[in-house]
Design a protein around this ligand. Sequence first.
Ligand SMILES: [Zn+2]
Length: 279
Amino acid sequence: MATQKFITKVDLRSKESMLAYLKSHFRYNTMNSWNGSTSYAHNVKLNRFVPHELMNDAYELLSADSAQYHNEIEDVFTDFAFEHNYCYQIGFNGRSAGYLVLYRGERKRFEHKSICRSCGQRNFKKVHEAAPDDTPKGVIEREVFMNSGCWITATYLDQPAVFALSISDEEKTAFINEAKINAKGSTLGNHCGACGRDTRFNAELYETITYPGQSLGDQDFDDLTLYEIREEVKLVQSFDEAVQQCAEIFLNACQSCVVEEETYMIPQTRRVARCAYAA
Ligand SMILES: [Zn+2]
């Protein structure tokens, strides 16, 4: 629908064509003007790409607190970061977020091994699913996890609850040894210490980091090989395409959404003293 305002055709066989594209690409601050770092960017203010006849709808849409297109644009950013292994990310910058900027970044793995579904609390230990309390394995697991499996096997065998079990010492020993291994990096059950609910689960957890202080594309291109120049061009072109996608999502929303006011109630809790005597 939108004309391809953010996309430039580049001859990837021609060094001159590629350098001209990179050197003339619009740039903007990655943080603020006094920080001095800049990167490839696009001016996405409304007057830059919204046709005159949609301008009123566009301003209306910008005034909405909640709109589906926010998520769709967020998806474009997420997909872009994923495709570039999080080394490159897109973000808004500028007063009133009038610019889309290409950022450096990375993705780091958390040391945490589990997270709570209810409150988001992360935990360095895994969740070990407990065997039922009324089975010999369950009884032994509880005994072993209680002190993180620090005791020697014989000490566990002497514990009254373990001693009372009607299975052989060999079987008990096997359960004890297994539990000692599990107790090292895990907690018994999925209880969350923060919110008290049983909603922790094992997960590989990552965080996405953006480096807004780092410049991009300000190196001396004459020092680069043709291959490196071409890789840089492909990266910036994929950025252009993502920005174009965002513009189209927004224009599509201008045509298909109506902004309405709605009143909504926020449930609140308060503590009230009820007194026995009459007021
Ligand atoms: Zn929790």
